[in-house]
Ligand binder design. Structure first.
Ligand SMILES: [Zn+2]
Length: 135
């Protein structure tokens, strides 16, 4: 089976700030990062779709004890993108000590940042990063 988007292509798009996911041709569910199978109906007929990057914070946590190589404190958010998929990422632009439950429901915009390869992963990887829409 040929993947509509390979992991390498996903990474190259992310590096350029393009958020390309997959849309199910059967039920229209969008996945991001791209998955080989529709998470809603299991279909494999998927086509690339470029996402706008806007979303809403569904929940978050403040990391105060971080994995080796990461500098706490920082905020990790679970965001529901406007197109539907839920994405985890760091939240930039708000001080972790200022984080309150008011973050839930806040509009954010997706960006990306490079996480250097470390003891947990073999190579440098681009991952989603979120910022408040107003900043
Ligand atoms: Zn589907």
């Amino acid at each position: 089976m040929a993947y509509p988007i390979t992991y390498d292509e996903y990474q190259k798009n992310l590096e350029k700030g393009r958020f390309v996911g997959l849309k199910c041709k059967k039920c229209q569910t969008v996945s991001f990062p791209p998955t080989a199978v529709c998470r809603a109906c299991g279909a494999t007929a998927l086509e690339p779709v470029t996402l706008g990057g806007g979303g809403t914070v569904k929940t978050f946590t403040v990391i105060r004890v971080a994995p080796e190589g990461r500098k706490p404190p920082y905020i990790v958010v679970m965001v529901e993108l406007d197109e539907g998929p839920f994405v985890l990422g760091n939240l930039d632009g708000i001080q972790p000590d200022q984080a309150t439950m008011d973050l839930i429901g806040k509009r954010v915009h997706m960006d990306r940042h490079l996480v250097k390869g470390d003891v947990y992963s073999g190579e440098d990887t681009y991952v989603p990063l979120f910022r408040p829409e107003s900043s």
